[in-house]
Each structure stands twice: as C-alpha cells, then as structure tokens.
Design a binder for this molecule. Structure first.
Ligand SMILES: [Zn+2]
Length: 238
C-alpha cells in the first residue's frame, strides 16, 4: 500500500493509540499500539485524514528512529490531554453564557480579563469554537463531552478566597457527600472554614475554574456597584 504519494508525504505525529492495532501502511495486525499520523500539504497545513501506522512504518514514513517516533507520540498525547483539559474549562466557564446578552457576556469576560480590549462576545465565541474543535477531534479516540447538556454537578468547597476541593456529585452521591465532609473536617482542623456549593461543569477541574469565575464576577459586580459607574452601554464592546 506504499503509494508514491505516501512515500513523499510529510506527516505530523498526532499521538499514539492502543485501540487501533492494525498498521494501515503494511497491514500488520495485533500491534500493541499504532501512531496517528496526519498528512501535511506542501505548506505544512494538516490535510485529509489521520492514518494509523505501526511504529516501524511510522519511523520509515518520517525517516526518523523508532525512539524518536515513540517519544514524539507520547509528548503529543500529553499535549492533546492538556488541550482537552483547557477546552473543558473554556466550555464550562463560557458555555453557559453563549446565548446570554452582550452585557452579561461582557461582565464575565471583563471580570476574568480586566485588561482585555477585545470584543467579549467575539472572544467568547472564538474560544468556544476552538474548545469544541479540540474535544470533537477524533484522531486519538471518540469525541469527548463538550456541550452544556453534558455538564455534571460538582460540589465545590470555597474558603472565601479560593476553591479548596471539588468532587463530582455523581454517580455516587453518598460517597461524594462523605468525601466532602472528610475534606471539610480536615480543613476545619487547620482552622480553614469552607462553604460547599454546586457548580455544573464538564469535570472537577472545570468546576473549580467555574467557581473562580463566579467569584470574580461577583467581586467585579460588587466593586462596580460601589463605584457606581455600572451604567455604560455594552454595545461599545461589540
Ligand atoms: Zn506497517
């Protein structure tokens, strides 16, 4: 299957997967894992579909050593995971205000990015689009949850300034409550008083971020109310 086009093609290594065990280059089966290779066009842009090659065939296609292929693929997996985490945080924080008024979007945006001069609505739309592209990328497996409908409740322990702990309420609410009480008791022993509340988010890390965003928003509103200038026209920011 080594067509001349493949032989000449340039690839970028998207990562390594273990659910695909057949090399699409030579047809070898029962591989422990395969390397996801994305073809690049002559300008270096990703073009077309990912192919899954055994490490040896990937090394041949890239003209690399197998060690370099393995190391590059493992790094790519970690970076993919980090981008997934980022994307979940973005969707958890900004997904709920996607269809909010410009005024509400601007409040949230400015509370988190006080020095931003870009349009809040456009910035939020751009971030959400990037985040969805990331979580629906299937090079390394099926699409991950990425919609507000897929949010799950999380309990957040808040000490008045920062999040101390987050726990997924489901699937075992009793276990979650027990965990929360244990952490709360430990913190109390260290004289840290916390309050628990519920946040809807894609994962625990995102719930923490959402809680901080809510706190930033509350602070921003309180500050502006105190200064009494909260009367501007948000259309200026569009
Ligand atoms: Zn092969």
């Amino acid at each position: 299957m080594n067509t001349p086009r493949t032989a000449l093609a340039q690839f970028t290594v998207k990562g390594v997967v273990d659910y695909c065990t057949v090399c699409e280059c030579c047809g070898r089966t029962n591989l422990k894992r395969t390397v996801a290779l994305m073809p690049l066009d002559c300008e270096g842009n990703e073009e077309g579909q990912v192919s899954y090659y055994g490490t040896q065939c990937a090394a041949d296609a890239l003209r690399w050593t197998m060690t370099k292929v393995t190391n590059t693929a493992q790094l790519a997996n970690r970076q993919h995971q980090e981008r997934d985490d980022w994307a979940r945080r973005i969707i958890s924080v900004f997904g709920p205000v996607e269809y909010a008024t410009h005024w509400e979007q601007a409040h949230l945006w400015i509370s988190r990015n006080p020095n931003s001069t870009s349009s809040p609505s456009k910035s939020i739309a751009d971030l959400l689009a990037q985040a969805r592209t990331q979580l629906t990328d299937t090079a390394l497996g099926p699409a991950r949850p990425h919609t507000v409908a897929e949010f799950r409740p999380h309990w957040v322990l808040w000490d008045g300034a920062k999040v101390r702990h987050t726990v997924a309420v489901l699937p075992d609410q009793d276990a979650a409550r027990q965990k929360l009480r244990t952490v709360q008791r430990e913190l109390r022993a260290r004289r840290v008083l916390t309050r628990a509340f519920t946040v809807q988010a894609l994962d625990a890390q995102s719930a923490k971020e959402s809680a901080h965003a809510a706190a930033a928003l509350a602070r921003y509103k309180a500050q502006n109310d105190a200064e009494g200038w909260l009367t501007g026209d948000v259309r200026d920011w569009r």
